[in-house]
Design a protein around this ligand. Structure first.
Ligand code: C2E
Ligand code: MG
Ligand code: MG
Length: 587
């Protein structure tokens, strides 16, 4: 891991400094009025409000004072901040400290200076309110008192401003609302500069909850606060860069300079960061960033933010540290949305969906002993679609529930058509973890079968995503209930990826389907053959009915028979067929 970065404790006042450094046009307008007031009341021509960090001084609002930033070393205000007290320099030319001072000898030619600290409610001086001139002045005690009072008003104003709904209460950083407001502000100002918005996810929500559950709320709050302070430092933000917190652990950066800062640059700066959460524990953060380039005057704020978020989500799903928003991404999203809206229409009776049935053959008798129902979609524009084209998307919406219901109803309707004919065979449908845990799932199935006058053994389920099912007590209960009602339950895709045999004992099953990836290499690969054989032997010893899917040739079939496999399904026998084709095939 390159460049390990451990978050140390945040110094008091850091948050307030960051906040005040971040540009906020409306706030700066109001600060300007305070400066003007100070200058008028105290009868000194110029003045400003400044904020100081470790390296620099930033002028946030000024009146007749031409300086926006200086080094901290050069700032006269540093004497105020460091002493936490008023500093009056009636005439710099009479003060040995300033005889060769660049801001005295050169612009803005400071001759007179009176500054008082801006002290946060936690007692830290973060900047100053000061008046200044190119001529010397006397500045009696009552004027210092007035300036001090005005500075107190300024801090009171800043505290209220930062708390007023535009600030994240935990971290003190500008929040999501503030980002929207700032983008709107740029839009209204007809800002046509090319800008960059970067969204950075350091901790996702589930992980934050998980940490809070195991460590407690307090260390996690501290961690989020520390992140909020140290990320901007780590990213070496310049005064024009705005840093926001969007939600716990998720940040946004509105970069003023598109050439220096990018999502990839951010990812590089944050690579391998870890955070201390106390008691010697550290959490590795591996952040993901997504960015979009935009022009505020032509793009609505919500659009800009959603593009950056989309790029970030894509980065997360591809496990790439940083990604830029591309138009193709948006085009793909549009295609997906329209596909899902078509699917929704189809499921509500619009047509196009149908089931095909693939026979299962008993290897002991050679007879067809069952059928698997598989969904197909004849789409008006895209043509024939396989489940891979739409199932994954549907599972991210409520459409999967509708789809399962549709498949079950359709299968039952087909079973009714085949009732008491020579084609009557048990049909299995594919069911995901989500389906099992839905309340009333089993009751509805029982009800539908009763209405159709069909015995339960004619319908079975193939359980997909077993690893999710195992984690979900609700789903396990659903499977239990199904079994106790006499429906057969098979475990689909056994041997694909996750295959912890320990879980077998936890799911009440009768049938195990070996995944195609396990079966397809039996004929050609010795290792695959040995693995398949030992898995089948083990499953048979545990008394499961074992089905092999994806059997495409006779060699594979013969090996499977030799290993004691019970049933087989695959192109060798038949592709999945429409009901009328199947009837012909069965004859
Ligand atoms: P699955 O349940 O494991 O289904 C087996 C898949 O392998 C089917 O693909 C089938 O057409 C294909 N197949 C069967 N024999 C062979 C063979 O010999 N060689 C090859 N190369 N492939 C073979 P299909 O129909 O595209 O379905 C893919 C997956 O989509 C299914 O895998 C299942 O997980 C899911 N699926 C299909 N229909 C439904 C459904 O109605 N509901 C749900 N929730 N999922 C479904
Ligand atoms: Mg299946
Ligand atoms: Mg399968």
């Amino acid at each position: 891991m390159r460049d390990l970065w451990s978050i140390a404790t945040v110094k008091p006042g850091e948050n307030e400094i960051q906040q005040l450094k971040a540009f906020d046009a409306e706030r700066e307008e109001i600060l300007k009025k305070f400066v003007l007031l100070a200058s008028q009341v105290l009868d000194i021509p110029a003045g400003f409000v400044s904020v100081l960090d470790e390296d620099s001084q930033y002028i946030k609002a000024s009146h007749r004072f031409d300086l926006t930033v200086s080094s901290r070393q050069d700032a006269l205000c540093r004497y105020v901040v460091e002493s936490q007290a008023a500093v009056v320099i009636p005439d710099t030319s009479l003060d040995a400290r300033f005889l060769r001072h660049p801001l005295v000898l050169g612009s803005p030619y400071i001759r007179f200076y009176a500054g008082v600290p801006l002290i946060t409610p936690t007692g830290v001086a973060i900047g100053t309110l000061c008046v200044t001139d190119t001529e010397p002045h006397l500045f009696p005690g009552e004027k210092v008192a007035t300036l001090t009072m005005l500075a107190q008003l300024v801090t009171a104003f800043l505290t209220a401003w930062h708390a007023a709904g535009f600030t994240d209460t935990l971290t003190g950083l500008p929040n999501h609302r503030r980002l929207v407001r700032d983008l709107l502000f740029l839009q209204q100002a007809q800002d046509d500069r090319l800008r960059r918005l970067i969204v950075i996810e350091c901790l996702d929500l589930p992980r934050t909850f998980e940490l809070a559950r195991t460590l407690g709320i307090e260390p996690v709050s501290n961690l989020l606060q520390d992140l909020a302070t140290l990320l901007p430092l780590r990213l070496r933000l310049s005064p024009g860069d705005l840093f926001y917190v969007l939600s716990a652990g998720r940040f946004a950066l509105l970069a003023s300079d598109t050439s220096r800062i990018s999502a990839a640059w951010v990812a590089g700066r944050l690579e391998g960061i870890t955070a201390d959460v106390g008691e010697g524990l550290s959490v590795s953060l591996s952040p993901f960033s997504g960015e979009t380039l935009f022009q505020a005057h032509i793009q609505p704020p919500a659009d800009i933010i959603s593009q950056a978020l989309e790029a970030m989500r894509e980065a997360v799903s591809l496990k790439i540290p940083a990604l830029s928003f591309r138009d193709e991404l948006r085009a793909q999203q549009k295609r997906e949305m329209s596909l899902m809206s078509d699917l929704s229409a189809a499921l509500r009776g619009g047509g196009g969906l149908y089931l095909v049935y693939q026979p299962k053959i008993c290897l002991h008798t050679g007879k067809t002993v069952g059928l698997e129902a598989l969904i197909r979609w004849k789409h008006a524009v895209h043509g024939e679609l396989l489940p891979a084209a739409f199932l994954q998307l549907a599972s991210q919406t409520n459409l999967l529930a509708l789809l399962t219901e549709w498949v079950i109803n359709e299968s039952i309707a087909q079973l009714v058509k085949w009732k008491l004919t020579r084609y009557q065979l048990p049909v299995t449908v594919n069911i995901s973890g989500q389906d099992f845990s839905r309340s009333g799932f089993v009751e509805r199935l029982v009800d539908s079968m009763a209405k159709a006058g069909l015995p339960h053994h004619l319908l079975g389920v193939e359980c997909l995503e077993t690893e999710k099912v195992i984690e979900c007590p609700q789903a396990l209960k659903g499977i239990d209930a199904l079994k106790s009602k006499g429906f057969s339950v098979a475990l689909d895709d056994f041997g694909a990826g996750y295959s912890n045999i320990n879980y077998l004992s936890r799911v009440p099953l009768d049938v195990i389907k070996l995944d195609r990836s396990l079966v397809s290499q039996i004929a050609t690969d010795t290792a695959a053959r040995i693995i398949a054989r030992s898995i089948i032997t083990m499953l048979k010893e545990l008394n499961y009915v074992v089905i092999a899917e994806g059997v495409e040739d006779v060699q594979t079939l013969n090996e499977l028979k030799r290993f004691g496999c019970d049933q087989a399904q695959g192109y060798f026998y038949s592709r999945p067929l429409k009901p009328e084709e199947l009837e012909v095939w069965l004859q």
